[in-house]
Structure formats: C-alpha cells, structure tokens
Design a protein around this ligand. Structure first.
Ligand code: C2E
Ligand code: MG
Ligand code: MG
Ligand code: MG
Length: 288
C-alpha cells in the first residue's frame, strides 16, 4: 500500500496501532463465533405502569460475556454486528430468547425488543418476526418492538411498510430515544407508533432544568393527544419520578426501580410488584 503511493510516502509502522488493529480483528472473530454459537445473554429491565402501579412489561437488553474482556456493552457490539453483517442473525436470536423467556411471565406482562435499522435492509424482518412467534407460540400482542428515530429517517429501506406488516401481527411498535434524532414530529406523522419513549437525557435534567421539564410535558401531552403511551427512560431519582407522575407520564423505566436483571430475577420482581392490591412503587434494586 505504501509503495503504491510513491517514494515520498513513508511507511508508518506504529506498534500501538498495530496492536489495536489486531485486538479489533480478534474481537470481530470472537463476535462472529458468539453469534454462531448463540452465546448472547438477555437481561430485562422492568417497565412500571404508573397508573396501575404494576410491572407492565420488560425491555430485553442484549449482553455479551466475553471470556477475556468480561461483559461487553451492546453499545459496542451492536454496531460491530451491524458492520459485519451479523445483526440480522443476532436480532433473531435475541427476539427468540426474549419471547421464550416471556412465556413464563403472566399474560398481562409484555416484552420489548430493540431493533437495529440494519435489520430492515433485507426486507425479511416481518417474515423473521412471524416465524419466531409461530415457532415459540408467542402471541404478537405481548410483543413490542423498539426502534430509534434514525431508523425511520432512512426512508429508502422500506421501513414504514415493514413496520405496518409487523403491526398487523398484533405487535406494538415504539419510538425509542425520542427527542435525540431529527425532525421528530414528522416521524410520528409518518407511522402510527403505539408508544414514545422519552430519552433519558431529558429525564436526567428533570427537577434541575426548566427546558427539560417543558419538553417532557410537551411529549407527554403529545402522546395523550395521539392516544398513545408515553414512557420515560432512565429514571434514577425520586425527584424525577415525582415530576413524571405529576406530568401524568404513563410509565417509567430506570435504575430507581431496577437495573436490567437476569430472567430468574424477573420472576421475583413480578411477584413483588404485581400483587393485589398493587404494591406502592418505591423499590430500589441494583444488580448486574
Ligand atoms: P435503549 O434501548 O435506549 O436502552 C436503554 C439503555 O439505558 C440500556 O443500556 C439500559 O441499561 C440503560 N438504562 C436503563 N435505566 C437507566 C438509568 O436509570 N440510568 C442510566 N444511565 N441508564 C439506564 P444498555 O443495556 O447498555 O443498552 C444500550 C443500547 O443498546 C440500548 O439503548 C439499545 O439501543 C441497544 N441495545 C441493547 N440491546 C439490544 C438488542 O438486543 N438489539 C439492538 N438492536 N440494540 C440493543
Ligand atoms: Mg430500547
Ligand atoms: Mg432508549
Ligand atoms: Mg439508547
């Protein structure tokens, strides 16, 4: 490569860079093996319905326990899977595990699974989702799929028509990380979402910053007027919860209630929260 650029180009050999490239390649190999051998774990974070005071569902969050590096964040391995053509397979695996796990919960408890925009590229997503539901015997009405605004932004992938097909299976679709993308309002107009998830960056400043309160209030009102659900993400403090309850936000997720937990932990959370009458929400639980 350096030769082709001519004599004046110095061949740069940087051992640190070389090591970084080697490590990255190794991680990519490990990742494709992990997909091949289905080595991903799924953790679940409860979603609390503020009106009912119960756990209405859990969000499935992918985890990769790497033998040498420990737990690797989805913010690291999801983009790698997207780049390396692994996301369609990984997405199907996560969906299958999540639906299988959710079978053990009461019928009123839903599961939300995150989708990558890249999963819409092949056009096969509606079929993949339908096949997983049929294989497991899981009702579409208990499944919710989350997509971020950036996905909707890419109109070329036929995303809207695929989402419509998916919705015909009784599956609900929610708009994740709302407020962080572009032209948010036109996205809402172009597709009938069932839920908007207010990004945690707005929730974080609640009680501290008037603008964030104004935005949260506006989004909750928008959801009310559209007749859809609103969920606040990243609720960490009682102060934030107080504000959200006052603003009549429908549901919340966050470390205040629970971090994402293992499947066996979900059963404990359900029996703890979903009592009759519902237990007052004040529990703080921290785990992996
Ligand atoms: P997300 O879908 O917006 O998920 C929320 C993220 O916020 C999760 O991070 C969750 O652990 C974290 N979180 C929850 N409550 C709190 C809180 O109170 N405070 C703070 N600071 N954070 C909180 P996680 O699990 O690391 O996932 C990060 C992102 O990776 C997700 O954001 C989602 O976009 C993506 N992701 C995770 N699992 C999957 C998956 O199976 N497929 C795809 N395509 N993406 C996934
Ligand atoms: Mg999400
Ligand atoms: Mg989010
Ligand atoms: Mg996010």
């Amino acid at each position: 490569q350096a030769k082709a650029d001519g004599k004046n180009t110095a061949r740069l050999y940087d051992p640190a860079m070389h090591a970084a490239v080697t490590a990255r390649r190794q991680l990519e190999v490990d990742l494709s093996n992990a997909v091949l051998f289905k080595q991903f774990e799924v953790f679940y974070q409860p979603q609390i319905d503020l009106e009912a005071g119960t756990v209405s569902g859990f969000e499935a969050l992918a985890r990769w326990r790497h033998s040498g590096r420990g737990m690797i964040s989805p913010t690291e391995f999801i983009p790698m899977c997207e780049e390396n053509g692994l996301i369609e397979e990984l997405g199907a695996q996560i969906l299958e595990v999540a639906c299988k796990d959710a079978m053990a919960w009461p019928a009123c408890v839903t599961v939300s699974v995150n989708l990558s925009p890249v999963q819409f590229k092949s056009g096969n997503l509606p079929t993949i989702v339908k096949d997983v539901l049929e294989k497991i015997g899981f009702p579409g009405s208990r499944l919710e799929l989350e997509i971020t605004e950036s996905a909707i932004f890419d109109r070329s992938s036929g995303i809207i028509s695929q989402l419509s097909e998916i919705r015909k299976l009784g599956i609900r679709v929610s708009l994740d990380d709302f407020g962080t993308g572009y032209s948010s309002l036109s996205h809402i107009r172009s597709f009938p979402f069932d839920r908007i998830k207010i990004d945690q960056s707005f929730v974080r400043e609640l009680g501290a910053d008037a603008e964030s309160l104004a935005i949260v209030r506006a989004v909750v009102g928008l959801c009310e007027n559209l007749g859809i659900q609103s969920t606040a993400e990243g609720v960490e403090t009682h102060k934030q919860l107080d504000v959200l309850q006052h603003e009549q936000c429908r549901s919340v997720q966050g470390y205040l209630f629970s971090e994402p937990v293992t499947m066996s932990e979900t059963m404990k959370i359900i029996s703890e929260f979903n009592t009759d009458p519902p237990k007052q929400i004040s529990i703080r639980r921290r785990a992996a």
